[in-house]
Every structure is written in C-alpha cells, then in structure tokens.
Ligand binder design. Structure first.
Ligand SMILES: C[C@@](CO)(OP(=O)(O)O)[C@H](O)COP(=O)(O)OP(=O)(O)OC[C@H]1O[C@@H](n2ccc(N)nc2=O)[C@H](O)[C@@H]1O
Ligand SMILES: Nc1ncnc2c1ncn2[C@@H]1O[C@H](COP(=O)(O)OP(=O)(O)O)[C@@H](O)[C@H]1O
Length: 321
C-alpha cells in the first residue's frame, strides 16, 4: 500500500514579543548584533500549501482575526516571505519547477514588530517540506529561514529563547508558567530598518556609544524561569523603544494608559508599533483587554510561551445539532 501524497498541508506559527532586546552598534553589513529574549505568544499565523496543477508559486492572503488585520501592505508576488520561503526550499532541495498555492491567514499585525512575516515564512517552510516530501531537518529549515529574516528561526522554534547574532542564534530557555499579556495593535505599521536607523541617529546625536551585546539579561531569564510576572515587570527592556517612540510619538500615551489601567509593565514589541502589556494573571489580562477596548484600542489578551511552527489543528467539525 502506498502512502497518499497530501494535497494541502496547513501549518501554524506564532507571533513573538521581545521581553528583552539589547542592540549593539550598526555593523558593516547593515545589521546590528542583538541579545534578545524572545517569547512566542498565542497569536498564530496559518499557511496552507496546496499542490498546484501548473508550475509556479502563488500567494493569497485572508486577513482578519481577532485584531482585524487588513491585508494592505502585504506583497502578493515573489517578494512575499512565503513565496521566498517556498522558492528557497525548492532551490535547496533541487525541485526545478515548484508548483504550489500558498494561502496565508493573517492574524499578526503587519509591520507590527511581532514577526508576522517571519511566522509566515516559517510556516511556509514547514508546510512545503511536508507537501513536497523533501525531509529537511529542523536545523536545515532554521538555516534556510535565517537567510529570509533574522526572526524566522525563532518562529520555527517557538517557546522562549535567547537570540544572539542578528537574533538567529537561538538557545531555548525555561519558562515555568504561562505569562499573560495584552497586545495593542496600531492602525499602521513601522518599518524595521527605519526604526533601527532612528536608534543609530539618536545614539549619534546623544553621543551614546553602544556596547556589543554578548549575553541576554540574566534577571529577565531568572524571572521567566520562575514564572514570576511581578519580577519580570521590573526588568523587561527594549533598546528599540526610544527609537519607535521617536518615529511614532502617539504610542507614549497608550503605554501610559495601559499602566494606569493596571498593567504591571508595558513595552514596545520589537521595532513596534504593537505594544505589549504584562498582566499579573489571565483574569487581569482579560480585564485589561476589556478596559483598553472600551477606550477604542485594538487590544487582545494572549499568553506565552506558545508553540513554534507545527501542523495546524484540524478545523472543528461542523455542528449539525
Ligand atoms: C526588531 C526585531 C526584533 O526581534 O523584530 P521585528 O520588530 O522586526 O519583528 C528583529 O531584529 C528584526 O528581525 P526581522 O524583521 O526578521 O529582520 P530582517 O528582515 O532580517 O531585517 C530587516 C532589516 O532590519 C535591520 N536589522 C534587522 C535585524 C538586526 N539584528 N539588525 C538590523 O539592523 C536591517 O536594516 C535589516 O535590513
Ligand atoms: N507574509 C508577509 N506578511 C507580512 N509582511 C510581509 C510578508 N511578506 C513580506 N512582507 C513585508 O515585510 C514587512 C514587515 O513584515 P512583518 O513581519 O509583518 O513586520 P515586523 O518585521 O515588524 O515584524 C511588511 O511591511 C511587508 O512589506
């Protein structure tokens, strides 16, 4: 008996926040070395890869989800990270004429500082690896992913991890208990290179000399390992935050408001503009989500760590009762 070849493979992959992000000086290659602590959160992208009748890689996007993400700003051609992921895998595995339709179900804010495009790339790598039976190992997928974006290896891995290098050199770290957060999405995104560039400019203006970040913040790792949100609240830190606030000053008042409404701490997620507020527990996060929504913010309670890229749960059967 032969094993049936799957026609569609669906994979989910998480968005992330950086609970700690130290950024070094601008390097000659245009990147910055970082020492970050990533946390995958329970807001997932999904990519469905379907075998196509004719050669070519096509991309469609279904937007929406609890944060009502619009599809605008997402390229649908070969620049989309899922198309680049499929092409990279086909090139590596020696598939000359890949034929696949890729459907992204978008839940993570676009250009939001939560690595949504990286999650899509990670999901596409895993889905095409399964669809084409190419059998790449997790390490091979991570290495292909790192060429697509610094955050892609973490979207494959999920959980909580220290990221060194440009964020792609990962070491998983322990998290004793789920941490509860409330995300606040913005109506428009911020460009990651522009926010890194603003950080360089702010440092030049102030005369601050950035150190090469060599290790992740030990106090952050201890608070994660202990599952202690109150301790974590005192030490979460993002070197890109002043730059994101400088590009988008309106974020400051929302950060302030989240704290007034009971968040233990608030931070810009990655290069922003999504904000992440840390809550004491799940009930506090639900209350904060309600309070922020009542004031017109696009807020969502999530938890982390969450799993990395994995086969998506099958759709719930239709209820015929
Ligand atoms: C800031 C962070 C924090 O995790 O995430 P986001 O806020 O984008 O989600 C990452 O460093 C972003 O990772 P990612 O979005 O995958 O970056 P890439 O596509 O590889 O790079 C886009 C551009 O950002 C800048 N970049 C990125 C990573 C890095 N360590 N240093 C940089 O200077 C470079 O200008 C680069 O050309
Ligand atoms: N699948 C994708 N989803 C979102 N953005 C994508 C995708 N493919 C390419 N992009 C481009 O990458 C940019 C940043 O993507 P995204 O990962 O959403 O943001 P961030 O780096 O802030 O986490 C977008 O503005 C868009 O131009």
């Amino acid at each position: 008996m032969t094993t049936p070849v799957p026609q569609t493979v669906r994979v989910s992959a998480p968005g992330k926040i950086n609970v700690s992000l130290k950024v070094g000086p601008l390097r000659a290659d245009g990147y910055h070395s970082v020492a970050t602590v990533y946390l995958a959160v329970s807001l997932f992208e999904e990519v469905a890869a379907t075998a196509a009748a004719r050669p070519g890689i096509t991309v469609r996007v279904e937007a929406g989800g609890p944060l009502r993400i619009p599809a605008s700003g997402i390229p649908l051609g070969p620049d989309n990270l899922v198309a680049r992921a499929a092409a990279a895998l086909a090139g590596y595995a020696g598939i000359p004429d890949p034929a696949v339709d890729l459907l992204i179900t978008k839940h993570v804010p676009v250009a939001g500082g939560m690595g949504g495009g990286s999650a899509d790339a990670a999901a596409a790598l895993l889905a095409c690896n399964e669809l084409w039976g190419t059998g790449l190992s997790a390490a091979e997928l991570a290495s292909l992913g790192a060429k697509l974006g610094a955050d892609v290896p973490f979207a494959l891995a999920g959980g909580a991890a220290v990221g060194l290098g440009v964020g792609d050199q990962l070491t998983p770290v322990a998290a004793a208990a789920p941490l509860h957060w409330v995300l606040v999405a913005s109506a428009s995104g911020l460009s990651t290179p522009a926010v890194y560039g603003r950080l360089d400019a702010l440092r030049t203006t102030s005369g601050a000399v950035a150190a090469e970040p060599e290790t992740a913040d030990a106090a952050v790792l201890a608070a994660l390992a202990a599952g202690n949100p109150a301790a974590l609240a005192g030490v979460i830190h993002n070197d890109l935050q002043p730059a994101a606030l400088s590009v988008s000053p309106a974020l400051e008042s929302t950060l302030q408001r989240g704290r007034e409404l009971g968040a233990l701490a608030g931070i810009v997620s990655g290069s922003g503009p999504t904000l992440a507020f840390l809550a004491a527990d799940g009930a506090a996060a639900a209350g904060l989500e309600t309070a922020l929504r009542a004031e017109g913010h696009n807020a969502l309670a999530v938890y982390g760590p969450a799993p990395g890229a994995e086969p998506a749960a099958p759709a719930a059967p239709a209820d015929h009762t």
